[in-house]
Design a protein around this ligand. Sequence first.
Ligand SMILES: NC(=O)c1ccc[n+]([C@@H]2O[C@H](COP(=O)([O-])OP(=O)(O)OC[C@H]3O[C@@H](n4cnc5c(N)ncnc54)[C@H](O)[C@@H]3O)[C@@H](O)[C@H]2O)c1
Length: 344
Amino acid sequence: MGREWLRALVDRDDVEVVGLVDLDGSAARAALDHHGLTAVPVGATIGSLVDGARPDCVVDVTAPAAHYPVTMSALSLGLPVLGEKPLAATLAEALELVAAAEVHGRLFMVSQSRRYEPYAASFRALAAGVGPVGILTAAMYRGPRFGGFRDEMDHPLLLDMSVHAFDAARWFLDADPVGVYCEEFNPDWSWYRGAAAASAVFEMTGGARFLYNGSWCSDGHETSWNGEWRASGAAGSVLWDGDGPPAGDPYAVPPDREPGEPGIRGALAEFLAALRTGATPTGECHDNLMTLAMVHAAVESARERRHVRVADVLQAAHGEACRRATGPVLDRLRSWTRLPPPVS
Ligand SMILES: NC(=O)c1ccc[n+]([C@@H]2O[C@H](COP(=O)([O-])OP(=O)(O)OC[C@H]3O[C@@H](n4cnc5c(N)ncnc54)[C@H](O)[C@@H]3O)[C@@H](O)[C@H]2O)c1
């Protein structure tokens, strides 16, 4: 994914790549050389490059377990961060990063690339036209052979993939999660160590239900990576196959805007605009906490086989973050009067 981001960065006239950090220096060097960036330095940490390279911001495309140390280091150096999803590997780490963004007064935005997919905004607008939406469903069935961290991690589908659909559901419904029942499982033939399939029912603010079915070990008749969607509202239904234009009900209102730049390029454009204007972007870390909270509430529900309230999961993670954090980050965590804290 780092190569995808490098291509998106190099293709912009208003961005200069001044350094590339990776534990694997030879991979970083090869990626830079591929774009003719032979003079751009490589390092194993941001700290080792920052004095010479003098970056204005950092794009964190490391594996999820490294999001916390890498983004914390960038924020501590006073650098705004555009990070790949998920916000962090755990909700406690995520809360610490949000507190650090406040302490250092720097933007930390999570790239939820699915919000920028062509036609996602059309589906959202059409769904609003048949609203209020009471039932939103998403189904994603694919059989990718990744190798690497996903084959070995716990909860690969929920942690690394469902986060896209959960975030999209919040955006499509303009609502936040209240509680969830989730079942997670690993079919016999799965090539993953952790559970590669899950079904979840979320209650959202306003009363809508979001029903999710997903599998990462389903060969044949694959859905879009974005999943297949149905929004059912008081005035009709809207279908979206995740790739093409959504099919609206005759009562639905047509979308009022054309799709912008797709995927991570859309997230990058919004991040850069936010740095220039001070606007709060989609995926700003305070807001994105609720997307990650959906993921961890689903994991807890599946593990404990019971209904889980999202507020309880956030509260427990806040307690853990307070036990881990020190100094100004701890003070900031303790100062919050509600979870998630509002954007400051
Ligand atoms: N938006 C999307 O559609 C999408 C698709 C794929 C991956 N992703 C996300 O992108 C991120 C990377 O995924 P990937 O598949 O490219 O993973 P990967 O394992 O292929 O690559 C991760 C890279 O991070 C480097 N790294 C790990 N720890 C580091 C550290 N502490 N400091 C510096 N570098 C470190 C590794 O050496 C490796 O080069 C993940 O967060 C993943 O969820 C998003």
